[in-house]
Ligand binder design. Structure first.
Ligand SMILES: Nc1ncnc2c1ncn2[C@@H]1O[C@H](COP(=O)(O)OP(=O)(O)OP(=O)(O)O)[C@@H](O)[C@H]1O
Ligand SMILES: [Mg+2]
Length: 346
């Protein structure tokens, strides 16, 4: 599981982890844009104060924030999924809420509901925890489908309707949902057809030996995962907006667009898949690749950016044939095959 190719993507520039040589930033970049990239680089170092490793996951979360996209975080229990998102939220001066998705959670517990106010003798809307810039939907597959559906609908619409009245969610509004990969008893799989509401599905691997030792060392020195007071706020919604404006300026060559479409088309022809990537999936891959190119300090998207994001952006948008699944095929394995077979533009 560890060292899967999905995690081999290069790291964004950060003071803690010097980046691989990247071309100089675009000359047209605004001062705000450059500052925003610095802030997001600093964010990675801050997260590193609590979480050892997991760089690819942190990068994926930053990409999603830039794209205002939602993330599904999957990993076995105890690999720091919750700690990662809590630490990320501590680095952002944004409104953060966490909801533990328990079996008895009702849709109104997430979205909010009308509450009777005895003083005014009227019903008033009380906002649920979904009214946040960053929402951690922890252990989403422990809650029954009705409550999942309320969240998934709000993610898509960016508003909630209570008693027929639509209420807009804040901007940005980004959901990070965590789930365990194994179907434990008493869990509810997210509906396959709605998985593409997540921009990225990131897998949180078990740490390599040296990093696991580093985790233990921190604990031996008294690290308390509940206390994140040493993690500083280093980026804001304004930084994300400035970054987003720069990402929008990025150049994408027709060859790169063609490459993304060829990858999507190849998944539709794969004999192992009963459902390939839709055009919506292709646009998600484009958006994520652009954000990654900008984070890497480039003003254009390369085929390597597309390759780096292909699995996170597409793995939850394909469906294996039951026969292929029985033979041990995985979405990542099929996507590796597709990446290896589709010609890369020069
Ligand atoms: N990479 C890591 N860096 C720092 N601490 C870690 C790391 N991996 C695990 N830990 C330790 O393990 C604890 C478990 O993490 P956490 O509760 O966030 O896991 P989880 O993936 O959310 O698990 P679950 O699926 O059971 O909710 C952390 O609080 C931390 O003490
Ligand atoms: Mg957890």
């Amino acid at each position: 599981m560890s060292g899967s190719p999905g995690h081999s993507w290069p790291q964004a520039p950060s003071p803690a982890a010097p980046a691989s040589p990247a071309p100089a930033p675009a000359p047209a970049e605004s001062r705000e844009g450059a500052l925003a990239r610095d802030a997001l680089g600093a964010l990675r170092a801050e997260v590193g104060k609590a979480v050892v490793g997991q760089d690819a996951v942190v990068t994926g979360l930053v990409i999603a924030l830039l794209c205002r996209g939602h993330v599904l975080l999957e990993g076995v229990p105890g690999v720091a999924k919750t700690l990662l998102v809590r630490t990320l939220s501590a680095t952002l001066s944004m409104d953060f809420k966490r909801v533990q998705f328990t079996p008895d959670l009702m849709p109104g517990d997430v979205t909010g509901s009308l509450v009777y106010d005895a003083k005014t003798a009227e019903f008033a809307f009380r906002e649920g925890p979904i009214f946040a810039n960053l929402l951690l939907a922890d252990e989403i597959n422990r809650t029954p489908p009705k409550t999942q559906a309320a969240l998934l609908e709000a993610m898509e619409e960016r508003q909630v309707s209570v008693e027929g009245l639509p209420r807009k969610l804040p901007d940005p509004f980004v959901v990070v949902a965590t789930q365990n990969p194994i179907e434990y008893e008493g869990t509810y799989q997210l509906p396959e057809a709605q998985l593409d509401r997540f921009l990225l599905k990131l897998t949180v691997p078990l740490p390599p030996r040296d990093q696991e030792i580093a985790v233990l060392e921190r604990h031996a020195l008294g690290f308390d995962p509940k206390d994140l007071s040493h993690v500083k706020q280093v980026a804001s919604a304004a930084d994300l907006a400035a970054g987003r404006a720069e990402v929008a300026k990025l150049h994408v060559a027709p060859e790169v667009l063609g490459y993304i479409v060829d990858l999507a088309r190849a998944t539709r022809l794969s004999p192992s898949l009963q459902l390939g990537v839709s055009p919506r999936g292709a646009t998600a891959l484009l958006a994520a690749s652009r954000a990654w190119a900008w984070l890497s300090g480039r003003s254009y998207v390369t085929p390597d950016d597309v390759k780096a994001l292909a699995k996170p952006a597409l793995r939850h948008r394909v469906q294996l044939r039951p026969e292929a699944e029985l033979e041990g095929a995985t979405a990542d394995g099929v996507l590796d095959g597709v990446l290896a077979s589709v010609p890369v533009p020069r």
